[in-house]
Design a protein around this ligand. Sequence first.
Ligand code: SF4
Length: 466
Amino acid sequence: MLNKIHKDIFNDIDLHKIAHTKFIIDLKRLNPKLFKEPMNEIYNNLQIYGVDLTNAEINTILNYIDKDIDNDNRNLPTIIKQFKNFKELLSQRFNEAHSELCAPKDPRLKKWRERQIRRVKAHLGNEGKGLIHFTVSFELTSGCSVGCPFCAISSKKLDNVFDYSERNVALWKGVLNKCLEIIGGSAKYGVCYYGTEPFDNPNYEKFCSIYADILGHFPQTTSAVPMRDVNRTRTMLTLSREKNNFFFMNRFSILSNTIRDRVFNEFTPEELLFVGLLNRFDLQEEPKLIKAGRARSTQNQELISQNEGGTVSCLSGFLVNMAERTIRHITPCNANEKWPTGQWEIDRESFTDADDFGDAIQRLIDKNISDEAPRTKPLKFYPWLSYEELTEKTNGFGLRSKASGLMTFKNMTALSEIGEKITEGCHTPRQIAAILNEQYGYNPAYVYNTIDFLFNHGVIDEEPQN
Ligand code: SF4
C-alpha cells in the first residue's frame, strides 16, 4: 500500500494512524452533517467507513479538528502531532517543487519563469503563492467529457483522444526526451492533464508509466471522475505510489454528494492517504474556485467576484496537446475579460514529430523570451501597481499592489529617475538611457542594468497585446 520512502519516514503504526486521522478530517470537511449526530452514532458511522481508531483517539481528533495545529507548538497529543508532521512533510515537498528543482535548465527560460512567479505573487498575493509554475505539461485528449459548470479553463467538449498506437507511443517518447534535453530534469514535475480529464484517455496510466520511465516521476493526477472506473483509479493510485520516491498528493474533484459518499465507502483510509479530496459540489463553500473560465460567463453569476477572478493556471511554460500536436506558451494571470481563463497565451506552435517538437519549443523560446527589457518598446509598470515615492531620501521608489502590499526598490543607479520615466509610460529603455545620460551624466550601461533588474522583478508590463 505504501512505498519504501513513506515507510522510511514513518513506521507502519504511525502511517495507519495518520491515514485514519486524515480520513476523519476529510469526512468532516466534506460531510459535516455526519458529525452533528450523537457521539455513539458518530463512532458507529466511522466504524462502518472502516476507521480503525479508539473512541478516545476519535475524540482527540474531533477536539483538534478546527484548531490551527500548523501554528500550535505546544505539546500536542501524539496522534495530532503525527498528522501535523505528515502535513509538514507534504508542504516541504510542495515547496521543493516550487524551488530550483522545478526550474528549467535553459537560462533564459529559467529567468522568464522566475519573473512570472514574481509577477503573479505580486498581482495575486496569497492566491498566487500556491501556484507551482510547471515549465511543461501535457494533455492527452482534446477537450473534456465531464463539462463541469465551474471549469476555470472553459474546456471544450471531448473531441479527440491521443491513442496508444505504435506511432503515438514513439512520438510520446520522443517528445519527453526532447523535454529532458531542452527543459532538463525539472520537466518531470509537469502533469498529463490540464483542460482535460485524465481518465478520458483510456491509456492515461500507460502514458504516465512511460513518463515515469523517461522523466523519473509518475505525474500527479487530478480526476473529476474517480468513480467512473474504480479499478482504473486504484491502478493509477498504486502506480503513483510505486513509481515515485517522494511524497505528493493526487486529487479527486468531488462533484456531488453521491460521489462523495461512494468515494468514502469505496476507498480505505490508507488508499486516500495521498489523495486530496476537493469539494466541487458545494460551490458556496469554495467561492475561490469559480471566478475564472466557464463560471465567468453564464452560470453562477451571483457568486462571481466583482474583482478580477484569480486563476487555477499553474503553468509558466509550454502546454503540449498530444492529440492536436500543438504547443501553447502560457503563464497565469488574474482572470479578466481579456484573459477569462486566467492565463496569458503568449504564442502557439504546432509540430509533427519529436524533432519538429524540439524545434518548435526552441522557436518559442527564441521568439518570445528575453532576460532584458526590449530596448525599443516603451516601458510602463503594470496597471495594477501604483507608484509611490519613498519617505526617506533614498535612491528608490515603491510600487504597491492591492493584493501583496508595497515593494520597494532602492540603492541602484538612477532608480528614482528611471522609476519616474517609466511611470510616464512613453519612453523606451534607449530613450531613458539617452535622457538620463544627457541630464545627469548616468552611464547608459548602468541605466540598462537597473531597467533589466526591474524587468526581471516582474513589475514592467509585458502582457501580450493580442
Ligand atoms: S474542471 Fe476538469 S474535469 Fe471539469 S470540465 Fe474542466 S477540465 Fe474537465
